[in-house]
Design a protein around this ligand. Structure first.
Ligand code: DUC
Ligand code: ZN
Ligand code: ZN
Length: 445
């Protein structure tokens, strides 16, 4: 079955023009005007709307086993929520426990992801080191299409990668042509400050940001970037949330170093006052790492996107319901870390970015899709509106509105950090591999 998207304005990372798009067999067959259209082609009228590449969220954690529980969106519900918001691909994380084989973990995650309603890829975390990890990294790149390895510089006594892991792993990434990525927080400092908060009797969510101040991220970002520089590897920093880390990126990029940075929709909009909410459940629902930051950092992140020093936007979608968050009722360090976002990223960024003039429409496409496709080796199969690319597309209604709420979102989680926010600019249709999976508010994942 073919589909012709007719009469829309095509929006890519570098162009805006009137044109039609013909899809069949999961691929974009042609883009232009007066296309040869087979009989029985379904026509979608995209008049007054934009046709752009489906969103790529390069940072999600579906059904992640974490902090004694399991994230409550599985690969189906999480990717379905993404489709409802115009995101047609995610890159999730395989996170082996220390001493667990990387390939073993990879196959477990691949099994879970069979239920995915959208396309997915994996970053694989390096949480320990020996010769078998070195070997497995090679197999993952050469046989399984893995392009990136993740290093958690925080989470001491769990998955933290110390320098004796970062150095050989970054070096192996360079040999393989894969890109090392880091969660940049100094885990030793976090551990120390968490103990200090508890000793002071600060046990609630208000202590969470105090235990992870901006310097914690700034130090780790600098260290990771310098290690990468010494080894001559490119590096990608996930969820850059502070001016401190951004300044390290800008400095390195100005020296000609190949450093990439991602920011999260939540970090662009919210500040740390959410942790001082008198309602414990609401405050705990915002506990994620890195935390939401004091006022001022958000503006710096927007500038990072505008100047191109940050290239991608993501969500770190990793969701825990109220009863799971309650594990930390007496000790904030036990609150499972994570918030939602995969469904809301595109609309919130359009509304707050394009709607305010902070981002051009083409920059929006770049930071929501194309740049991730390029950095993680999927371009131009993903992130493009071009013949031969996967037919992952969004038809974007710039006049449509939606009021975000946990009561109407498609994720399993019972909370939304953007609750009550009305956004202008929504997907009227999402098309995944040539199939319409979201149309005028109806999800058919
Ligand atoms: N941060 C979170 O908030 N959740 C999952 C992992 C992470 O680094
Ligand atoms: Zn992280
Ligand atoms: Zn994450």
């Amino acid at each position: 079955m073919s589909i012709l998207i007719k009469g829309g304005t095509i929006l890519t990372h570098d162009d805006t023009y009137r044109g039609d798009v013909l899809l069949s067999d999961g691929l974009i067959q042609a883009v232009g005007s007066d296309l040869d259209v087979p009989a029985n082609t379904d026509i979608i009228d995209a008049g007054g709307q934009y046709v752009m590449p489906g969103g790529i969220d390069p940072h999600t954690h579906m059904q992640l086993p974490f902090m004694g529980t399991v994230a409550c969106d599985d690969f189906f519900t999480g990717t379905a929520a993404g489709l409802a918001g115009g995101t047609t691909s995610i890159i999730d994380f395989v996170i082996p426990q220390p001493q667990q084989g990387l390939l073993d973990a990879f196959h477990i995650w691949r099994g879970w992801a069979e239920s995915s309603a959208a396309d997915y890829g994996f970053h694989v975390a390096v949480t320990w080191w020996d010769d078998s990890v070195y070997e497995d990294m090679g197999t993952l790149v050469e046989k399984h299409g893995v392009n990136s390895f993740k290093h958690f510089m925080a989470y001491k006594n769990a998955i933290m990668a110390t320098d004796d892991i970062l150095v050989p792993s970054f070096s192996r990434c360079l040999e393989l042509g894969a890109i090392p990525t880091v969660h940049a927080e100094n885990g030793e400092l976090v551990y120390h400050l968490q103990r200090k908060m508890l000793e002071m009797g600060l046990t609630g969510p208000e202590a969470h940001p105090l235990s992870r101040p901006p310097e914690v991220e700034g130090e780790a970002a600098n260290r990771a970037i310098k290690i990468a520089q010494a080894l001559n590897t490119p590096i990608y920093l996930v969820h850059v949330s502070t001016k401190d880390a951004l300044d390290a990126i800008i400095y390195a990029r100005n020296q000609g170093q190949r450093v990439y940075g991602e920011c999260l929709t939540g970090h662009l909009l919210l500040d740390d006052s959410v942790y001082r909410d008198e309602n414990w459940e609401r405050a705990a629902a915002h506990v994620m790492s890195p935390p939401f930051r004091p006022k001022g950092h958000q503006e710096a992140l927007w500038r990072g996107l505008q100047t191109g020093n940050l290239q991608t936007t993501a969500t770190d979608h990793c969701v825990f319901c109220a009863e799971q968050k309650a594990a930390g009722a007496d000790d904030f360090t036990l609150i499972p870390n994570g918030t939602a976002g995969v469904e809301d990223r595109m609309s919130v960024l359009w509304h707050e970015g394009v709607g305010t003039g902070k981002l051009s429409m083409n920059e929006f496409v770049a930071v929501t899709s194309t740049n991730s496709a390029k950095i993680f080796n999927m371009y131009p199969r993903k992130g493009a509106v071009a013949a031969g690319a996967d037919a992952d597309l969004v038809i974007w209604d710039p006049e449509g509105t939606r009021t975000i709420s946990a009561s109407t979102h498609h994720s399993n989680v019972d909370f939304n950090i953007f609750e009550g926010k009305t956004v202008k600019g929504i997907p009227s249709h999402t098309i995944s591999r040539g199939k319409v999976v979201w149309k005028d508010g109806q999800l058919n994942a």
